[in-house]
Design a protein around this ligand. Structure first.
Ligand SMILES: C[S@@+](CC[C@H](N)C(=O)[O-])C[C@H]1O[C@@H](n2cnc3c(N)ncnc32)[C@H](O)[C@@H]1O
Length: 455
């Protein structure tokens, strides 16, 4: 691997005697990880069914290393959202967020969705997750991952941090800033990060991180908690970004977090501005752990005004006969009819998480739990609805084993045979929901989305 010379010189200067150990880590194979989606499975249930060779990741209970030759991304469990493939060090960010069911959480730089889907599993479908991404194409991928993981209480937005800050002042209990960075910690994994790296780019990233942190601070409630992370080693984007922020924001403190023993303290001597607590931030080094380079800081807004803001909330649809086709579908198919605030985007029906502010002026990619589409005289359930349901939530389901021909056929878009009452069936793999099929005269018509079908 030929790393940029300016990067090597800088790291040598920063690390001194430790540099040799650091550089040797580039000879090791990168690590691979997957994180179980606790919205879809318990650890016990997964372990009973799993056939992959996995080893526990010591810093995330539901995280596992897998070997490079395994292909968990091409497995029915992946399509069912049973797990999310995520770089092992990156899982530490979600673990530091520690969201509690019922809270309002913002993931400000969220695509493709590693931290958002982790936080969603902590929220357990209760509360609100706003997952935001500035680039439209990446926001789409984020939305697809939120769907695949069966998340009901997430809004996906495509906004700038500044526009969000105007919309959500002092609103969130927790905010994740997984900042765009120079990516030095990913050099072992990502050649593009190496090619795009320069000393100049590190400076640009640091300026942008500062701007993002400023906007994030405006959206956090007093008492709220902000987790900042990067996947780079550059002190400008880590200790210096945090020190600069703290020095301008006396309402924030760096909070201590109990972390895995081989995570190393942030380096106060690299922060340029002397502020208390930099050693309570964490550095994840590839020569100390089996994972890539990361930096993490947890900030608490310890004081600040809890302004009595006039908030405008989402205006739900009236539950009149325009929703009848949905309620007919729900009564025939689901054991409990969903209730709450319904909204329509065109003919797409969503249930908005409780406490969500108005969508006015926001670029909305996903307005909450996507239930389905109103077609002429009928309602067609969405793939998102199927993925968010458990077999016990529906009146009819079929479940086939992971290696079965039925599962392969279903993922290819083929019909299956089945005897039973006509209507919508949840198709499951080992009890994990995968999609819809409609039973008519002994044939399950396939409703697995065309764009997702296996070749
Ligand atoms: C490190 S990545 C996020 C990874 C994501 N949190 C995950 O776990 O999957 C940083 C994200 O910030 C986005 N970004 C780039 N510029 C930004 C800006 N000025 N404000 C907010 N986000 C930005 C990038 O498009 C990228 O998706």
């Amino acid at each position: 691997m030929s790393l940029p010379q300016d990067f090597l010189d800088k790291m040598q200067q920063l690390l001194g005697e430790e540099f040799d150990e650091f550089i040797k880590s580039y000879d090791h194979e990168k690590s691979h990880g997957l994180r179980l989606n606790l919205l879809k499975t318990s650890m016990e249930s997964f372990k009973e069914k799993n056939k992959l060779t996995l080893d526990s990741i010591p810093w995330v209970e539901e995280g596992f290393f897998y070997k490079g030759e395994e292909r968990p991304g091409k497995h029915p469990y992946h399509e069912a959202g049973v797990y999310y493939i995520q770089e092992p060090s990156a899982m530490s960010v979600g673990a530091f967020v520690e969201a509690k069911p019922g809270e309002k959480v913002l993931d400000l730089c969220a695509a493709p969705g590693g931290k958002s889907t982790h936080v969603a599993s902590q929220l357990g479908q209760k509360g609100l997750l706003v997952a935001n991404e500035i680039y439209p194409q990446r926001a789409k991928i984020l939305s697809q991952n939120i769907e695949r993981m069966g998340v009901k209480n997430a809004i996906v937005l495509n906004e700038t941090p500044a526009r969000l800050a105007k919309h959500f002042p002092l609103y969130f209990d927790r905010i994740v800033v997984d900042a765009p960075c120079s990516g030095e910690g990913m050099f072992r994994k990502d050649v593009v990060a190496q090619e795009e790296w320069s000393l100049e780019n590190v400076k640009l990233c640091a300026t942008r991180q500062n701007e993002i942190l400023e906007e994030a601070a405006k959206m956090l409630k007093p008492g709220g908690r902000l987790v900042y992370s990067t996947c780079t080693f550059a002190p400008e984007e880590n200790e210096q970004a945090i020190a600069q922020f703290i020095s301008h924001h006396p309402e924030f403190e760096i909070e201590s977090v109990n972390a895995y023993e081989s995570f190393k303290p942030g380096r106060g001597e690299w922060s340029q501005i002397a502020v208390g607590g930099i050693e309570k931030t964490y550095r994840l080094w590839p020569h100390y752990i089996n994972g890539e380079g990361h930096y993490l800081a947890v900030l608490r807004k310890v004081c600040g005004e809890d302004a009595d803001l006039k908030r405008e909330y989402v205006k739900p649809l009236k539950k009149d006969k325009s929703l009848n086709d949905f309620f007919d579908f729900a009564k025939d198919t689901l054991k409990d009819v969903p209730h709450g605030d319904f909204v329509l985007f065109g003919s797409e029906l969503y249930l908005v998480p409780e406490g969500m502010l108005t969508f006015d002026k926001l670029k909305v990619v996903r307005a909450g739990w996507h239930l389905g589409t109103f077609k002429k005289n009928r309602f067609e359930p969405s793939h998102a609805l199927a993925l968010s349901l458990l077999p016990e939530d529906v009146k009819h389901y079929v479940s086939y084993p992971q290696d079965s021909n039925e599962i392969k056929s279903y993922l290819k878009g083929e019909t299956l045979s089945h005897e039973g009452d006509k209507g919508w069936y949840l198709v499951c793999v080992d009890g994990y929901s995968l999609g819809w099929a409609k039973l008519v005269n002994g044939t399950l018509k396939n409703h697995y989305p065309k764009g997702l079908r296996w070749m």
